[in-house]
Write a protein that binds this ligand. Structure first.
Ligand code: PMP
Length: 382
């Protein structure tokens, strides 16, 4: 039999390790699931009501490419209120994923190099592969050198600069980070913007976890747009409002690049889901700050329960922790021990060139999280 010929674009694409976990979960009875990348709470009732009302009232057609004006206005106002700068252009996308794809298709050519953090969100490397561009990495793992003051899950700007070549087109940042829980501070954003300006690079800033910050407030790359125009910020509704299946996000950035991205949207997604944009508008009036507070308690619990057995730092944002495997335990053995106990986490090698850490999601009920932490303590002391 002849194998069907597929595009060579897929030659180096593998199914996501996170998806494989999802498949495994389906076969497992009562898993302790700390592998999930979405909030454990439901979308606000007001948002569901507004979306269904919109459907009933005939909002079932395409919207304009950029989305409904009320929502764009609302998002722009919110960004300006929160960060003190109104992005020159904003439009609605099919999730942050959709926005990222539009940016990749609009900005990058084959052979271009894009600097990504290691560890990174799995979509980044595969999306670059799909457009024929190349991932180059900057380090954020804890430094082995105690004299090096760089905190775990933060970049070293000098190292990033050393990795810039004449093919480099962009620096991608993801703060708060999936999978590490690291969150960049104002100085780091300032330094990154200065570096990007000096080398004429794009900054792509994935801020989907901006709602989930602990101990200090979140800093957006939007604050740096006045001094570095080539900045595109990606924001979402999936995580903040517990609606990942709605496929809604937005991009903010300079007019010319966003116009190009809108043109690509015309020929791909067409628009973000119409009735759900009305739902998202309603969601923006709901106070979801209590979830952030709850997640802060969960992240404290994770650190309290694990740090004596697993090398780690407290998460600064997102809803993930990224502890190291106990000394001498390989990823394979560790995963086996987890699966024997029905515990699901995501192995770090799904997000990295290394296989030394794992991603634990604390977007879970307290009962499930406590049970998972108990099992992790058991595994480390086995
Ligand atoms: N960026 C990061 C860092 C993510 O973790 C995710 C979802 N797991 C996305 C983007 C995609 O989000 P969306 O649902 O908005 O497409």
């Amino acid at each position: 039999m002849h194998r069907k010929r597929l595009s060579s674009r897929l030659d180096h694409i593998q199914g996501s390790g996170v998806r494989r976990m999802f498949d495994l979960i389906r076969t497992m009875k009562d898993p302790i699931n700390l592998s999930i990348g979405q909030a454990h709470y439901e979308a606000p009732a007001e948002a569901i009501e507004a979306a269904t009302a919109a459907m009933r009232h005939g909002e079932n057609r395409y919207t304009t490419t950029q989305g409904i004006p009320e929502l764009i206005q609302r998002v722009s106002d919110r960004l300006e209120g929160r960060y003190g700068f109104r992005p020159p252009s904003v439009f609605m996308t099919s999730g942050v994923s959709g926005g990222l794809l539009l940016a990749h298709l609009s900005l990058f050519d084959s052979g271009d190099e894009i600097l990504l953090p290691d560890p990174y969100f799995v979509m980044y490397t595969n999306m670059l592969e799909l457009v024929g561009a190349k991932a180059a990495f900057y380090e954020t793992y804890p430094s082995d050198d105690p004299k090096d003051g760089r905190p775990a899950w933060h970049p070293d700007l000098a190292e990033i600069e050393a990795r810039i070549t004449n093919k480099t087109r962009a620096i991608l940042i993801n703060s708060p980070s999936n999978p590490t829980g690291g969150m960049l501070d104002r100085n780091e954003l300032q330094g990154l913007a200065a570096l990007a300006r000096k080398h004429d690079l794009w900054i792509l800033s994935d801020e989907i976890y901006s709602h989930f910050h602990y101990g200090r407030s979140f800093e957006s790359m939007i604050t740096r747009m006045p001094d570095h125009e080539k900045t595109i910020v990606f924001g979402g509704f999936s995580k903040t409002y517990g609606m990942p299946g709605w496929r809604l996000g937005f991009v903010a950035g300079p007019e010319d690049a966003l116009e190009a991205m809108k043109t690509v949207q015309q020929y791909t997604f067409v628009c973000a889901p119409a009735p759900l944009q009305y739902g998202a508008l309603a969601a923006m009036s709901v106070d979801v700050s209590r979830y952030r507070d709850e997640y802060e308690q969960k992240r404290d619990l994770v650190y309290e329960q694990l740090h004596d057995l697993y090398p780690m730092v407290p998460s600064e944002g997102s809803f993930y922790a990224f502890p190291a495997y106990p000394d001498g335990v390989s990823e394979e053995v560790f995963l086996e021990r987890c699966l024997e106990r029905r515990l699901l986490i995501v192995p770090g090698s799904a997000f990295s060139r290394r296989a030394t850490h794992f991603r634990l999601s604390f977007a879970a009920s307290d009962a499930m999280l406590r049970e998972g932490l108990r099992v992790l303590r058991e595994i480390a002391t086995e």
